[in-house]
Design a protein around this ligand. Structure first.
Ligand SMILES: *[C@@H]1O[C@H](CO)[C@@H](O)[C@H](O)[C@H]1NC(C)=O
Ligand SMILES: *[C@@H]1O[C@H](CO)[C@@H](O)[C@H](O)[C@H]1NC(C)=O
Ligand SMILES: *[C@@H]1O[C@H](CO)[C@@H](O)[C@H](O)[C@H]1NC(C)=O
Length: 397
């Protein structure tokens, strides 16, 4: 009997230790001294947990932010590269930014940064709360260096899954110099009137896919900026906000390029713009091969718009003759309602927009006493079954 007991004891110890071994790839911030009471700064605990996870040689180390707690984090940077091939940031609870008065690092304009980390997955039902309202008032919004909530730089193979993002002081997320990114089932919200609270800003990145997500903020739901290519946005519901934007490109006379953008199965609700391409005068470069298809518009102010006349007088003079060339843009199966009569605006520069294709576009006004209209200059291309008709484009059948 005694022998059996000690055998069972030995056996279960072995099982237990193998269990702890397999769970040891979890790095729970509570084990690193995080309080999770929403009041005390937990940054140090997060950084310690991250450093251990990042140095771990386990297969799939996971930094765990447990459910049911709120963690106050001062501005911080999660730095790679990490030892393992992939790494997870498992967000169960709430991560909260300090409000403006408690913002410790003066002049730091990013809250949480992820740097040089390959195959990072940020997932979970938890929430990043930027506590932005203190940054939005009229005085501050022009003069303060307001923070971006999440800044991903050089994170190839990044996945974001299910997370929620609320009330950033400025844009909610920047994807900068990251290739092969999948963002899915995420939820970003901030009030309609909150300034510059873009959902997702993409720059310098290739092969980025945003899918099955909701974004409703005070500015662009998604903005696709310089150096971005092969960007897919599929199944996004957007609004309120400024819609889905390419650009702005060419600010301050810069050379900017964007190509191969595919936006489909998206709904835009009560937004200032629907699908927009915006460029500055005096900048140069191109935006090409861009497709918007299966787009539903609900009471959108500028449903389809190319605006090449953002004006910066200094650069317009200095870079006279330089232009951003817009070409190969297709709008297919775009339908719904416009909040005002200007349903389609193709306001192109002298370089002309070329190969603009419209097929099965049908936009009516949400008020019954106005008729939807098109406005265009310097645009060439073709339209089929397009209402309202676009006079610059030749009709084909
Ligand atoms: C998101 O996570 C769920 C499990 O939580 C998984 O089934 C799904 O494949 C993930 N999506 C992506 C795009 O990685
Ligand atoms: C246009 O972009 C799509 C991706 O949206 C890509 O599959 C296609 O190859 C591109 N076409 C050209 C001519 O580059
Ligand atoms: C455009 O949409 C309106 C409203 O849904 C509909 O009444 C009209 O028949 C459509 N026109 C075309 C040409 O499809």
């Amino acid at each position: 009997m005694k022998l059996l007991v000690s055998f069972v004891f030995l056996f279960s110890t072995a099982v237990l230790s193998s269990l702890t071994e397999s769970t040891s790839s979890y790095f729970n911030v509570l084990d690193y001294g995080a309080n999770g009471n929403g009041k005390k700064d937990d940054s140090e605990a997060f950084l310690k947990a991250w450093n251990d996870a990042c140095a771990s040689t386990e297969d799939n180390p996971t930094l765990r932010v447990p459910f049911g707690k709120t963690f106050l984090l001062n501005p911080l940077k999660f730095q790679g590269p990490c030892k393992s091939e992939r790494i997870n940031f498992d967000l169960g609870g709430i991560v909260m930014a300090p409000s403006k008065d408690e913002w410790s690092n003066d002049g730091v304009d990013k809250w949480i940064q992820f740097y040089d980390i390959d195959s990072l997955t940020v997932k979970g039902d938890g929430r990043f709360d930027g506590q932005g309202s203190s940054w939005w008032d009229k005085d501050c919004h022009k003069h303060c260096k307001r923070p971006t909530a999440l800044f991903f730089h050089n994170c190839n193979g990044l996945h974001l899954n299910k997370t929620k993002h609320v009330n950033s002081g400025r844009n909610h997320m920047s994807i900068n110099n990251c290739n092969d990114v999948i963002i899915s089932d995420i939820h970003i919200t901030a009030p309609d009137e909150s300034p510059n609270t873009d959902g997702i800003d993409i720059s310098g990145s290739k092969n980025v896919r945003i899918q099955d997500s909701f974004i409703g903020t005070g500015d662009d739901c998604v903005a696709i900026n310089d150096g971005s290519s092969n960007i897919d946005i599929i199944g996004l519901t957007c609004g309120p906000g400024h819609g889905i934007s390419i650009g702005s490109l060419g600010k301050d006379g810069d050379y900017n390029v964007v190509e191969n953008v595919y936006v489909s199965d998206c709904i835009l609700q009560d937004t200032q713009n629907g699908v927009r391409i915006k460029t500055w005068e005096g900048g140069y470069g191109y935006a090409k091969n861009i497709t918007f298809e299966k787009i539903t518009l609900e009471n959108v102010k500028n449903p389809i718009i190319i605006d090449q006349h953002y004006t910066a007088y200094a650069y317009r003079r200095k870079n006279k003759g330089r232009e951003i060339k817009v070409s190969d843009v297709t709008y297919r199966d775009v339908h719904g309602t416009s909040a005002n009569e200007k349903a389609i605006t193709l306001d192109c520069s002298r370089a002309r927009c070329t190969n603009i294709i419209m097929e099965e576009v049908n936009i009516t006004t949400s008020s019954s006493n106005e008729e939807a209209k098109s406005f265009c200059q310097n645009a060439d291309g073709k339209s089929t079954s397009t209402v309202p008709p676009v006079p610059c484009l030749s009709k084909s059948h």
